[in-house]
Design a protein around this ligand. Structure first.
Ligand code: MEV
Length: 434
């Protein structure tokens, strides 16, 4: 391993790192790992005050590309959606899927209920039925305790609404159902759950933990679309055949957990990218999506595609407890800027757009899998990345990508050699013309 003195257990330098300024940390890291001037400068150049306020042991901001998904039509409104991703083909695929659906009328995403769930888990409950009776008679008081812990939420029409008991032997979960308005609400839910935990402790219940669940099954959002066969055709395959093959792939994701994982990953490519661009906790959304995908005890695709008359009908449903306020949303100027571009006004609207984007991403992936395979489209973008990695200048990239496309096998070494040849050829060309 390079530069890794840590293997010798020499980790003294890490001690108290969090107490230093970010500039001091960068200095220590730069010296310790013998960074050259360019790398030192890179760390310093990307550093921000905001980043330093947000996390501990802050070094610098790690940048990711932001791009625009165009022509995403949801409930008759056309969106241009900023998304953040490092995967080269994601934005191109999302635009492709969105455009095909737009040509057939766009996505429909219905209004959906939104609530979060906090759990206060108890141990050693001798008689859960007796506890149920006690909870029923104390429900008003418990909800008041929860709401007193975060009074502003009730003023905004949210707050703790209901409690329920779940027996999960050997534990019992007292679930709090909480409205969180425009926020994703993790802090609100956790604060309320902890307040109820204190109350239950004071009544001699043995509390194990109090925390929200990311299985946000009370914030399910769906979206659907109907794509005409003609908008699915390729140069070599007619639309009806493509549609049939997409429906088969959809079925495969329902019966094979191995395929379901990849099917859902493709959907989350788009949804995560929107979550990052909109300042949402994308790990929470991922976690909820996978919990929902496995709700039957077996992992399944969270979208389905079926043939209906002369069209392919797609449908998706997943938990989308998203927010347009709270967390880092108001802090990060890029997030605020992205909300200006996407013109999304509420958490409900964001959930509708996210579900639709996931379905658009899924359509593009399945159409590629059903026809030319995924690599054809992927490689075009991968070649561009490879060209950048081997040091091609902007004006050299198209020629290098063209050259790489003609090669039977491409690697970093091959790309490097191809770039050298390209440069040699253009020097020779210049000499000849001179
Ligand atoms: C790649 O990031 C995502 C896909 O594998 C999704 C899929 O297979 O459905 C293309």
């Amino acid at each position: 391993m390079k530069n890794n003195d840590n293997n010798n257990d020499n980790s003294d330098w890490m001690h108290g790192l969090y107490r230093l300024s970010d500039a001091q940390r960068r200095q220590i890291i730069s010296d310790r790992f013998k960074l050259n001037d360019d790398k030192r400068e890179l760390l310093a150049r990307n550093a921000s005050q905001l980043g330093n306020q947000l996390i501990e042991n802050y070094l610098t901001d790690y940048r990711l590309p932001e791009g625009l998904v165009t022509n995403l039509v949801v409930n008759d409104k056309t969106y241009a959606v900023p998304v953040v991703t490092e995967e080269p083909s994601v934005v191109a695929a999302a635009c492709n899927g969105a455009r095909r659906v737009a040509l057939s009328g766009g996505f429909f995403a219905p209004d959906a209920k939104r609530a979060m769930l906090g759990q206060v888990v108890l141990k050693n409950v001798a008689d859960p039925d007796k506890l149920q009776d006690w909870l029923t008679s104390h429900e008003t008081e418990i909800l008041a305790v929860a709401n007193a812990a975060h009074p502003s939420m009730q003023k905004r029409g949210g707050g703790a609404k209901k409690i329920r008991l779940r027996k999960i032997d050997p534990f019992v979960s007292v679930d709090l159902i909480i409205g969180v308005g425009e926020a994703m609400g993790a802090n609100t839910v956790n604060t309320m759950a902890e307040a109820v935990a204190h109350y239950l402790k004071a009544h001699n219940y043995d509390v194990l933990t109090a925390i929200l669940t990311n299985a946000a099954f009370m914030s399910l959002q769906s979206a659907a679309c109907r794509v005409s066969f003609k908008n699915l055709a390729t140069a070599t395959m007619d639309g009806a055949t493509v549609a049939l093959r997409i429906a088969d792939l959809s079925q495969l994701a329902q019966v094979d957990p191995y395929r379901a994982a990849t099917h859902n990953k493709g959907i989350m490519n788009g949804i995560d990218a929107l979550m990052i661009a909109s300042g949402n906790d994308w790990r929470a959304i991922e976690s909820g999506a996978y919990a929902y995908a496995a709700k039957t005890g077996r992992l399944k695709g969270i979208s389905t595609w079926q043939i209906s008359d002369d069209a392919l009908v797609g449908r998706i449903e997943l938990p989308l407890p998203v927010g347009t306020v709270g967390g880092s949303i108001g802090l990060n100027p890029m997030t605020r800027l992205n909300f200006k571009i996407n013109d999304i006004q509420s958490a409900e609207e964001l959930a509708k757009v996210a579900a639709s984007l996931g379905l658009a991403q899924n359509l593009a992936a399945l159409r590629a899998l059903a026809t030319s395979g995924i690599q054809a489209g992927h490689m075009q973008m991968q070649y561009r990345s490879l060209a950048v990695v081997v040091g091609a200048k902007d004006k050299e990239i198209p020629a290098l990508v063209k050259k790489l496309k003609q090669m039977p096998q491409v690697s970093q070494a091959v790309a490097k050699k191809a770039l050298q040849e390209l440069r040699k050829d253009s020097t020779n060309d210049r000499r000849t013309t001179d």
